[in-house]
Design a protein around this ligand. Structure first.
Ligand code: SF4
Length: 238
């Protein structure tokens, strides 16, 4: 056994699935009712693993959804940290496993008669488009939320982005995104308003399939987990 293989084995990474299928309450709801099945990659956000996976995170760091739902369990947090370290310390092996899992997921969807949707930045904001997985897996619809304006150039038929509001400091970038036909997600405390800064608000809570949304809209999300107590501007308090 090579040293590399043995290190990966010691860390218990070789048996750990990277993609989560059917573990997100919102995607379970939409997957059950609709034509899509969704797989999500959850890493340890921001610098939790020792590696920064969220280059533009600011106000969203403390209210990050990382701790919502199953993220509240320490076993989930440990798994996300291990996966992130695996990505940064053994990138080639990580990408090989990811490609294998994407292929298997496509096959599973075909068997079930579902369309495949994959969100690689479940709790991160990495430039996955640089690996051009959307070309290797043309029947998978990739989608993500991002705070990095530069990523929007990578939009294609099967790679979709929703830009994320982080508070008044990134509103100008939000306006630029909206001008390019990219929707902006905003977290609200309590009931969703009808409009935000003059733009219509649609609900992003019923489904996670953002690529089906009409454009030039704010995608309203109600505050969950630690976001319920957020007062730094990331969550809009009405
Ligand atoms: S960019 Fe997204 S994943 Fe990263 S800390 Fe902010 S909300 Fe969490």
């Amino acid at each position: 056994m090579t040293l590399l293989k043995s290190t990966i084995r010691k860390k218990g990474l070789n048996n750990m699935a990277l993609l989560s299928i059917g573990t997100n309450a919102k995607t379970i709801k939409s997957d059950k009712q609709g034509e899509f099945l969704t797989a999500i990659l959850y890493l340890a956000p921001h610098k939790l693993s020792g590696f920064n996976v969220c280059p533009k995170a600011k106000n969203c760091i403390s209210p990050c959804l990382n701790l919502a739902g199953m993220g509240a369990w320490s076993i989930t947090q440990q798994a996300r940290i291990k996966k992130t370290q695996f990505l940064f310390e053994h990138k080639k092996e990580f990408l090989a496993q990811l490609r294998k899992e994407l292929g298997a997921f496509q096959k599973k969807c075909d068997k079930l008669g579902k369309k495949a949707a994959v969100r690689l930045n479940g709790t991160s904001d990495l430039a996955w488009h640089l690996h051009k997985l959307e070309l290797e897996f043309p029947r998978i619809q990739f989608y993500d939320y991002t705070k990095v304006m530069g990523y929007l150039k990578a939009r294609s038929l099967n790679r979709h982005f929703t830009f994320s509001y982080d508070g008044p400091h990134n509103w100008n970038d939000c306006l630029k995104a909206l001008g390019q036909g990219v929707n902006v997600s905003v977290v609200f405390k309590g009931k969703l308003p009808k409009t935000f800064n003059g733009f219509p608000v649609i609900s992003g809570d019923d489904t996670d399939l953002r690529f089906l949304d009409k454009t030039h809209c704010i995608v309203g999300l109600t505050a969950k987990g630690p976001a319920k107590k957020c007062t730094n501007g990331f969550v809009v308090i009405q």
